[in-house]
Design a protein around this ligand. Structure first.
Ligand code: 5GP
Length: 194
């Protein structure tokens, strides 16, 4: 359960999730506008190609739903699960794609991520999908941290670039909490007494 803390000068209140406090960062309206832009981009690129969108669970459920409901083109959507993250630091641990039953060969595949941080997860997914010989693969992500990115694969479709801070909301969690928050919240750094 999270606690809402009133914040006088901002319509979105701060939230407490477990031991950490988060402050409003990107409003729901801004997220919606960014997804609108991305949907228009993908529509132009994939019209007539019947793309297969692969959402990466759990975090991408929100972005995937918001994106595909804006795409009035013929497309398919499925989800996979990849275990890769614990707590507030990217651990680099990844496993195989779980739940991928669709035929990939010859398809135009778009991987849907909630956030790309170091890029290790996306690299693993791209390698696994490449073995199935798709016609093309690209990545679309709600959030991208360019300063944290360590891979060379281009992140072609980004809704919002963000600085290297831990965020929650719009599908992103802190140890299970916060996925249902509309908009994006950024961690409040604890002040240390020198
Ligand atoms: P990467 O492999 O790119 O370092 O990290 C990818 C995964 O780490 C994301 O799918 C997400 O689960 C998690 N992650 C990275 N940065 C954040 C963040 O700021 N907030 C949350 N909630 N998860 C993050």
């Amino acid at each position: 359960m999270y606690l809402r803390t009133p914040c006088s000068n901002h319509p979105m209140p701060r939230v407490k999730l477990h031991d950490l406090e988060f402050e409003p960062f990107i409003s729901e309206a801004e997220v919606n506008a960014a997804v609108d832009r991305l949907a228009a981009e993908l529509k132009t690129k994939y019209q007539g190609k019947r793309p297969l969108f692969i959402g990466v669970l759990n975090g991408a459920f929100f972005f995937a739903a918001e994106l595909v409901k804006r795409l009035d083109i013929e497309c398919e959507i499925t989800f996979v699960k990849v275990a890769s993250y614990l707590g507030t630091k990217s651990s680099g641990r990844v496993t195989d794609l779980i739940g991928l039953n669709e035929r990939i060969e010859g398809r135009h595949v778009v991987v849907l991520e909630d956030i790309v941080d170091t890029g290790n997860t996306v690299k693993h997914i791209m390698d696994a999908l490449a073995d199935h010989h798709p016609a093309s693969i690209s990545i679309a992500t709600l959030l991208f941290k360019p300063d944290a990115y360590k891979q060379t694969i281009p992140i072609e479709h980004v809704a919002v670039n963000i600085p290297n801070a831990f965020v929650v909301g719009s599908g992103l969690d802190h140890d299970g909490l916060g996925r249902n928050l509309p908009g994006i919240y950024r961690i409040v750094e604890q002040k240390t007494n020198a």
